[in-house]
Structures are given as C-alpha cells and as structure tokens.
Ligand binder design. Structure first.
Ligand SMILES: [Zn+2]
Length: 466
C-alpha cells in the first residue's frame, strides 16, 4: 500500500509514510466561531472526515486534532454589533459548530481544542520567539518579524515585494514591516477579552493559536496539516514561520493539504450577494448524506461550484443505489458464489483502493461504484449468496466513507402490505389501481422501482418534508 497525497508546499504528490510507533498526526484549522456554519465549512471539513475514516479502515491509527478559534477580532466585532460579550458569541457558535458536525456525521476528530483553553501554551511560544530574536514588542502588541524568516511566502509562492507595494498604511508605525503579524494584541478597550501576560493584558493573534495547540499535542514537526485553500496566505505561511523558527527544523509538516474553494453559482458565497447557505438550513430540507455525497463526488482539492440542481442529481444517484441494494436483498436463487462474481468484486475493490491511494480520488470511487452497480444489474440470474456478497461489499464501503442513508431499515408493515397489494394489481394488469397506490406510497416518502423480477421499494428520506 502506498498512499500518495498532493502536498501544496512542494507542489507534488508524495508517498505518505505511516509512522510505525504512534499515530499518524493530522491537524486541521478549525472555524472562527462568530456566525452560523455554512456550506464553506462543510466543504472544508467533510473531506477530512472521509479521508480519516478511510485511513482508519486500513487499520492506520490517526490522531485528528482540530482547533476552534474562539478568540478573534471577528468575534469581538460581532459581540459589539449584537451588544453582547465576545465570550457569549463564541460559546454560542462553537456549540452550533459542534452540533452541526455531529448532524453531518463528522465524528472522526479526536480532539477539539479552543484557543481560550490554550493561553498558557500560546504565551510560552511567544516568549520563546522573542528570546530567539524572531519577535518584538511594540506599544500595540508583540509581532513576528517576517524579515527574520527568509522562507516567508514559500507555501503560497507569493512575491512579497510586489504585494508590499499594494499594502495600505500600517496602523502601528512601530511595526518593522507591513507583513509582520501580531502574536499578542494588547488590550485597548474594556470590552475586549484579555489575559495577563509579560507584555500586558491582551489576547493572542490568530496564527499563534494553531501552532501552540499543535505543539502541545504533536510537537513542532508532524505529518499532515489541512485547511481551506484561502488559509494558505497569510495564515499557513505564518504557522510555518512560527513553527520553523521555534524548532530550527524544516519542514514543519510533511504534507500541506488544501481544500478547494467553494463557489455558489460561480460566485464567492457571501451575505451581500444573497447566496449565503447555512448548513442548518440545508439540513432542514435534505438528509445530511446529500451534502456528504456532493462533497464525495468531487475531488477535495478542486474548486467546488455549488448549484441547486446538483442536489437532485445526488438524490437520484443515491436512490438508485439504495434501490439496487434492496433488489439484491430479494434474490432467492440457490447456488454458490460464481468465480465471475468473485472476480468482479475483487476487481472493484482494487480499483477503489487505487483511486483512494491516488490522492483520495473520491470522484473516481463514485464512478467505480456505478460501474459495479451496472454490472450487478446486468446479471439477471444472481443467486442469493452472490447478491448478498455483492451487497455487503458495496454497502460496507459506503459506510466506511461515513454514509448512513444506505443502511438497511425494514419497512413498516403497512407499507409492505400496500406494496404487496400493488404487486397484485400489476399481475392482473390493473395499472390504474397500481399507479394510484404508487402515487400514495411516493407521497409517503417511498421510492419504487419496477424491475423484470418484481418491484423494489425503499424509504426515501433524502428530502425532508414538513
Ligand atoms: Zn490554522
């Protein structure tokens, strides 16, 4: 097994080395909690959940750590707007975030760590950066001196000189350089949250939160660091500068994994464009697996241009698979598993593994699933053992990726009776009665597929009514 992952820093796919002692360490930049969870969050966090679930299914131990930025200027701003405290805003929205992740079945994160719970570690890192000569204090805070770290810009391949000319006048004239970023912000107003420090009461800057948290659990060199593409500059550059200056070693991490941008109908999602979609709103109408499927069907690194019509495509694809599973369950023929079916399952398994080992190519997995499904549909004489064998293989695979929709639920007695009654009408060719029953069942949320060997019925709870 050789898993190749695209590393944004080197710009290459590299082979992941699995640590022999201890877990594979993954840190993903978590949300800044000042507003509802939106599609951009789901687009960023679902792929990591899918990747970690897959790695664990290969018996690879993974320690997945995520921070929650609950100390930040945006939170303070929001608190001011809402005439409340920053602590209340961050408590409310970190709660919303965790509950929404749970609804999305994102359960792979081992530990969420809040910045406010890591102030000691943050101050310790700042202190060491000052000691080493990488940071300095001014009247407004403590800053990292970007000129002392010559690799600054290497991840995002930025030409700093070009960028510099476009920068606006600096708020703190004591800063040595426009790119110098705050490690500690001294308290100016009474409503700002603050902690005591050797540099006066204040709060941490954003970038230092993450390296302080990751150092506590992982040290200053580890395997995988993930986040949205928009975090490359300056956030991830700053994390590299902090960690490599502290350790004197590079690289900080072996892999930088970046999730492609989310667009909505070709535009950036924003409240001002009225195309802002929250996950709780999405989940009022659709099963969480619909969102997982949308993400799963696209590569994590590609831009994701969300369009409303993608939902019905996803729903149709998922229902067709569920109907296939249900029809496989009804096969009754006797006999052993033929070598043809065994070979097809093993070829399917190999192709899925190859796709996942190639930078977690989930759209390729989707295409393999449908090719395999079509192969199964093309065999009209599958016996019971073969059908159950194929069914358990493909449904286990989908549950590895975190889907729950495909799990078997037995139909209520009343529904079964209605379906049987409809079958009787169909056999006596009373199609108007059969169709009336079909409409009734569909209104109750059941999807029916009439095949040559009889009708299959599944519960369609992908769309939530009422
Ligand atoms: Zn981060």
């Amino acid at each position: 097994m050789a898993i190749k992952i695209f590393d944004s820093l080197s710009g290459k796919k590299k082979i992941l080395s699995i640590p022999k002692n201890g877990p594979l360490k993954l840190f993903v930049c978590g949300p800044t909690v000042y507003d509802n969870v939106h599609l951009g969050h789901a687009r960023a966090y679902l792929p990591f959940d899918i990747i970690v679930r897959y790695l664990r299914s290969l018996n690879i131990k993974v320690f997945y750590l995520q921070n929650i930025t609950d100390v930040d200027d945006k939170i303070i701003e929001r608190a001011k707007e809402k005439k409340t405290t920053a602590a209340k805003i961050s408590a409310e929205f970190s709660d919303v975030y965790l509950k929404t992740c749970k609804k999305l079945n994102i359960s792979s994160v081992d530990k969420y760590v809040k910045a406010s719970a890591s102030i000691k570690e943050i101050k310790n890192q700042i202190y060491r950066l000052i000691e080493k000569g990488y940071a300095y204090e001014t009247g407004s805070g403590v800053y990292f001196s970007v000129k002392k770290f010559k690799d600054y810009g290497k991840l995002s391949r930025q030409n700093l000189e070009e960028l510099r000319s476009g920068y606006r006048v600096e708020s703190d004239p004591e800063k040595h350089d426009v790119f110098d970023f705050a490690l500690w912000k001294k308290k100016k107003f009474s409503y700002e949250p603050s902690w005591p420090s050797p540099w006066g009461a204040g709060r941490p800057g954003w970038h230092i939160e993450d390296t302080a948290i990751s150092e506590k659990y992982f040290g200053l060199n580890y395997s995988l660091h993930g986040g949205g593409m928009d975090l490359k500059f300056p956030h991830h550059e700053a994390e590299i500068a902090q960690a490599e200056s502290l350790s004197g070693k590079k690289p900080f991490v072996d892999f930088w994994i970046h999730i492609g941008f989310l667009l909505v109908n070709g535009e950036k999602m924003s409240k001002s464009l009225h195309n802002f979609i929250t996950v709780p709103d999405f989940l009022k109408r659709w099963h969480p697996d619909v969102l997982r499927w949308l993400v799963f069907s696209r590569h994590y690194g590609s831009p994701f241009d969300y369009k409303e019509e993608m939902i019905s495509q996803a729903v149709n694809a998922m229902l067709s698979l569920k109907l296939l599973f249900s029809s496989l369950k009804t096969k009754s023929g006797s006999g052993e598993i033929s070598s043809k079916v065994k070979k097809a399952v093993s070829a399917f398994d190999k192709k899925v593994k190859a796709a996942m080992e190639n930078d977690f190519n989930t759209p390729e997995v989707v295409s393999e699933i449908f090719q395999f499904a079509n192969f199964l549909k093309s065999l009209d004489n599958l016996n019971k053992k073969e059908a159950l064998f194929a069914h358990s293989f493909i449904s286990n695979l989908l549950s590895v990726f975190g889907f729950s929709f495909f799990l078997e639920k037995s139909l209520p007695k009343k529904i079964k009776e209605m379906a049987e009654e409809r079958e009787v009408f169909r056999t006596i060719r009373n199609f108007s009665e059969a169709d009336a029953l079909r409409d009734k069942l569909e209104k109750m949320g059941y999807k029916i597929d009439d095949t040559a060997s009889g009708s299959v019925i599944v519960f369609n709870n992908l769309e939530i009514h009422g």
